[in-house]
Design a protein around this ligand. Structure first.
Ligand code: NAD
Length: 490
């Protein structure tokens, strides 16, 4: 086995010799064995990042040159796209076509931040006096811990790596323990392109051990975390002791609001996509369908018919339309949510069961539509992060909004209507970080992404996504120094 931790510009194994088997969730086959870091490996990676940052080897490179480097990362990724996409599909079980789309999106993200880095010249401030020159300089934060989940492994990492490097930081990346391979390939690419040693470090392993020091160690200046709410709370609490900068991208329970005047076929088709793409393992999944009473029955009947037709299969099965869940434990968690809903009186209209036959080798769960629900049920309130959608109905616009905003999350939501004025009205009143009108799921590298309420704080992508990795420093120069006279001489 080749070493898979990347610390201080070298590929190394874990000091304690730990390893982990990575298995393809589609069939349980062994993908590879990788090194499993613990606290001491992560502390070594933090030390390497600290040294690299303090040396100025990267933070001292002019911003346009850092930007050019990111453009070369984008180009390198495009060249190696198939290798990256295959690795992503083997780790996650997602269809290869979806992984290829992810790789295109990742390259676009590096392009975006590469170009943005070159424009970063700070800001002149009008101090209101000809004798003062005042400016804002954007400095890198320092050593950034980047902690990412397993659903879009390299995409979520890229949303952090690209702006962190653009701003001149050093980082330690800890991807989810189940999906390490595209992070390994990314480090190889950064190494091949000549990033100075210690600027990019990779530790693999479990959250509490490999991840633990990332939120507690005093040499880490910032933690950017994407993952679940419970872990996010813990990381923010840990980071408070050394007052680290923290950015949290957490979960969602995202409403998809459909008015009776919506384009029916487009709304049904996209409701299917909203809930079931990547088997619902999407932070912005439209897992809460909120549909106007007058069309609800016809809409849900059609949704169920379409959901029942979704073909499940492995990443390289050309016939497959959706893949497995990430692990047996996760599939069981999704099933437990559905079962809890049934116990509380919900009705499963389709799905609610594991994949059968050949699919039993993997961790498949049938697309599940659930109605007869009420707002207090956990199946409506909590994020299942699987292929489930609940159905609620409304009679008025106010009622639709009240339902859609009745969640402690606030990541994303959609409204479907052909009434342009209503679309804008509803979009303005939805308390979610992203709102789609007559669409679901698209995002742009140049548009901020992030959550309201307990979906987190901070933003990824867009200009704010770069600002997260910067400190704004005010430099004030008095061009005509003089005695101030504040304290009289005695
Ligand atoms: P998770 O919280 O279990 O794990 C996320 C990462 O945190 C993993 O790398 C894990 O190893 C690490 N981790 C766990 N405990 C840690 C600790 N004590 N210290 C440091 N690191 C620790 O989440 P998951 O199950 O991997 O991902 C699913 C969750 O991610 C869902 O809730 C989903 O909504 C969320 N998510 C959010 C977004 C977004 O943009 N808002 C995007 C993707 C996923």
């Amino acid at each position: 086995m080749t070493a898979t931790l990347f610390i201080d510009g070298a590929w190394v194994g874990a000091v304690a010799g730990g390893t982990r088997e990575i298995r393809n969730p589609a069939d349980g086959e062994l993908v590879a064995v990788v090194d499993e870091a613990d606290e001491q490996d992560t502390i070594a990676a933090i030390a390497a990042a600290r040294r690299a940052f303090d040396s100025g080897a990267w933070s001292g490179v002019p911003a346009p040159e850092r930007g050019d480097f990111l453009l070369r990362v984008a180009a390198g990724l495009r060249e190696r796209k198939e290798e990256f996409a295959r690795a992503e599909s083997l780790d996650t079980g997602k269809r290869i076509v979806e992984s290829r789309i992810d790789m295109d999106d990742i390259a676009a993200c590096f392009d975006y931040f590469g170009k943005l880095a070159g424009q970063d010249a700070g800001r002149i401030v009008d101090a209101g006096s000809a004798d003062v020159f005042s400016r804002i300089e954007y400095s890198p934060v320092g050593v950034c811990a980047l902690i990412t989940p397993w659903n879009y492994p390299l995409l979520q990492a890229a949303w952090k790596i690209a702006p962190a490097l653009a701003a001149g930081n050093a980082f330690v990346l800890k991807p989810a323990e189940l999906t390490p391979h595209t992070a390994i390939l990314m480090m190889r690419l950064l190494e091949d392109l000549g990033l100075p040693a210690g600027v990019a470090n990779l530790v693999l392993g479990a959250g509490a051990t490999a991840g633990g020091p990332l939120s507690t160690h005093p040499d880490v200046d910032m933690v950017s975390f994407t993952g679940g709410l419970v872990t996010g709370r813990l990381i923010a609490a840990n980071a408070a002791a050394t007052v680290k900068k923290v950015a949290l991208e957490l979960g969602g329970k995202n409403p998809n609001v459909v008015f009776a005047d919506a384009d029916f076929d487009a709304a049904v088709d996209n409701a299917l996509n909203a809930a079931f793409v990547h088997s619902g393992q999407v932070c912005s999944a439209g897992a809460r369908l909120v549909v106007e009473e007058s069309i609800a029955e016809r809409f849900v009947d059609e949704l169920v018919r379409r959901a029942e037709g979704i073909r499940l299969g492995g990443p390289f099965d050309d016939e497959a339309e959706s893949g497995p869940l990430i692990s047996a434990a996760h599939r069981d968690k999704v099933h437990a949510y559905v079962q809890a809903g049934i116990a509380e009186g919900a009705r499963v209209r389709c799905g609610g069961e594991f994949g059968s036959g050949e699919l039993e080798k993997g961790f498949y769960y049938r697309p599940t539509v659930i109605d007869n629900v009420s707002r207090g049920m956990s199946v409506v309130r909590d994020e299942a992060f699987g292929p489930t959608v609940t159905v609620e109905t409304f009679a008025t616009e106010d009622e639709a909004l009240e339902i859609a905003n009745d969640t402690f999350y606030g990541l994303a939501g959609a409204v479907w209507t052909q009434d342009a004025a209503r679309a804008q009205r509803v979009a303005q009143r939805l308390d979610h970080g992203t709102v789609w009108i007559n669409d679901f799921h698209p995002y742009l590298p140049q548009a901020e992404w992030g959550g309201f309420k307990q979906s987190g704080f901070g933003r990824e992508l867009g200009p704010t996504g770069l600002a997260e990795y910067q400190e704004a420093k005010h430099i004030y120069q008095n061009l005509a120094p003089a005695v101030s006279g504040w304290f009289p001489e005695h």
